[in-house]
Write a protein that binds this ligand. Structure first.
Ligand code: NAD
Length: 455
């Protein structure tokens, strides 16, 4: 590990990565090699948890290609030096900001979107002019091996290298000194990463998880909202960081909501063979999820198959905030429903929990939407939809509080991997004697005037 990092340091110091055309060339190379290997990428992700070609394009590769295309198109603008106004006190002079790469970066990915969560941050890091060491999750075995094979046979390891392995290898990597660590995963491991980074004062971006609520108002387009909710919840069998975790629905529409929910789940016919469902990643997660299904509260579903590693879309009703399922992020195809009569009580309960990664509001009433937007802090969200905010690269993607630190996607990814170097360039034409000895009341008066003079 030490050798890999040292090689990248030496390479970074050649300044090659500071050349914009080098970065664009590398990004295009990445796109080319991924496109050439699409068939194998489909095979590997199917082997890991039966994710279909359809889902692999819409939720992984398509997003990666969009990120590459945007970066290539906008890189000159993002990386350009920006002039800013110079204040009167520094007259005559110029002020500008130079975006510069941080250096050697470590990216640690999660298994649930094994391509997107590893490659998208790498795109941002490369676009910003850094070198990359990528550690994909060892849990998605086939995709991790394939990423290593593709990347390591395409790129100079001194520039971009995949290091496979589990906790021991990642721990060893974390003992090295990086200029930036970008981590996607659980809040528990996020704390380990933050602690390791602190030893070297390495800046971090932590993309973590949390319990993302859905709040349904009695005034909403229920049919469309339920359709979107069901798609978002059971996509990837609920193993999505920004999946709706639980639903809070106005008691007055509970019956109609459950009726629509049942119809939509049945019509969706979630099955691996229909390309719209996946396996639970492993036995450990199967056991964890099954233990969360309270048989007394099953409204729909509840069956599972250990041989296939699947759990049927499951809806639990009459759930309260004290139930076990409301403790931690579910990360699976189980949807608890809580009903409310008073929205203030629901807001208060949500605020007792750590700040969620996402929040979804289904309502036609502006006052209702604004109230929740104002009162609840969350990473990102959507009104009358769920998950789709991630598909707009003009929106920063990230958490807040326990759900994460920092953000990325589009230009926000470039910013995450850059330092903005501020420079004041002074003229040497003259130098007023104002700040120099001997000081006087008159000088102070003039300084006070100049300091607050607006340009
Ligand atoms: P995880 O935290 O178990 O693992 C993530 C990565 O950390 C893996 O690469 C793993 O090898 C590594 N790791 C695990 N234990 C480690 C240790 N002790 N020291 C060093 N490295 C270690 O998470 P996961 O199970 O892969 O993913 C599920 C979690 O990730 C969920 O909480 C989910 O919400 C979150 N997630 C967040 C986002 C996001 O963008 N915010 C995206 C996907 C998943």
């Amino acid at each position: 590990m030490h050798q890999i990092v040292t090689k990248q340091k030496t390479f970074f110091q050649t300044n090659v990565t500071k050349d914009i055309s080098f970065r664009i060339e590398q990004l295009k190379k990445l796109e080319r090699v991924l496109k050439e290997n699409e068939h194998f990428l489909n095979q590997a992700i199917f082997s890991d948890f039966k994710k279909s070609e359809f889902d692999n394009y819409t939720t992984e590769l398509g997003i990666i290609y969009t990120e590459i295309n945007t970066a290539c198109k906008k890189l000159h603008k993002w990386a350009s030096t920006k002039r800013v106004t110079t204040n009167f006190l520094n007259f005559p002079g110029k002020s500008y900001i130079i975006p510069e790469p941080l250096g050697i970066t470590l990216i640690i990915g999660a298994w649930n979107y094994p391509y997107q969560l590893s490659i998208s941050p790498a795109i941002a890091a490369i676009a910003a002019g850094n070198t990359v060491i990528l550690s994909p999750s060892e849990i998605s075995v086939a995709t991790s091996a394939l990423l290593a094979k593709i990347i390591n046979s395409t790129f100079d390891p001194a520039f971009f290298k995949v290091v496979e392995g589990g906790i021991p290898e990642t721990t060893e990597l974390l003992n090295q000194k990086f200029d930036k660590i970008f981590f996607t995963g659980s809040t528990t491991v996020g704390k380990i990463i933050y602690e390791a980074a602190a030893k070297n004062l390495t800046p971090v971006t932590l993309e973590l998880g949390g319990k993302s609520p859905v709040i349904i108002d009695k005034k909403c387009n229920l049919k469309i909202c339920v359709k979107r909710l069901v798609w978002a919840k059971f996509l990837n069998a609920g193993q999505t960081c920004i999946a709706p975790d639980y639903v809070c629905v106005d008691a007055s529409i509970k019956t109609e909501f459950l009726k629509q929910l049942t119809l939509e789940i049945k019509a969706s016919n979630f099955k691996i063979e229909n390309s719209n469902y996946v396996q639970i990643i492993n036995e450990k997660n199967m056991k964890r999820l099954i233990s969360l299904i309270d048989p007394e509260k099953i409204y729909l579903g509840g069956t599972y198959n250990y041989e296939e590693n699947t759990i049927e879309p499951t809806v639990l009703t009459d759930v309260s905030f004290d139930d076990k399922i409301m403790e931690d992020e579910i990360f699976g195809p189980i949807l608890p429903i809580i009903t409310y009569k008073n929205i203030d009580e629901i807001i208060a309960q949500i605020k007792l929990k750590p700040k969620p990664l996402a929040c979804y509001i289904f309502s036609n009433k502006n006052a209702f939407i604004k109230k929740i937007e104002k009162e609840i802090s969350f990473g990102s969200g959507a009104i009358n939809d769920a998950i789709m905010q991630i598909s707009n690269e003009n929106l920063p993607f990230g958490g807040v509080g326990q759900s994460g630190i920092g953000s990325y996607h589009g230009e926000y990814g470039f910013k995450t991997f850059s330092h903005y170097k501020s420079i004041l360039k002074k003229s040497t034409l003259f130098e007023p004697n104002l700040k120099y000895f001997p000081l006087s009341d008159l000088k102070l008066k003039i300084i006070k005037f100049l300091m607050h003079l607006k340009l």
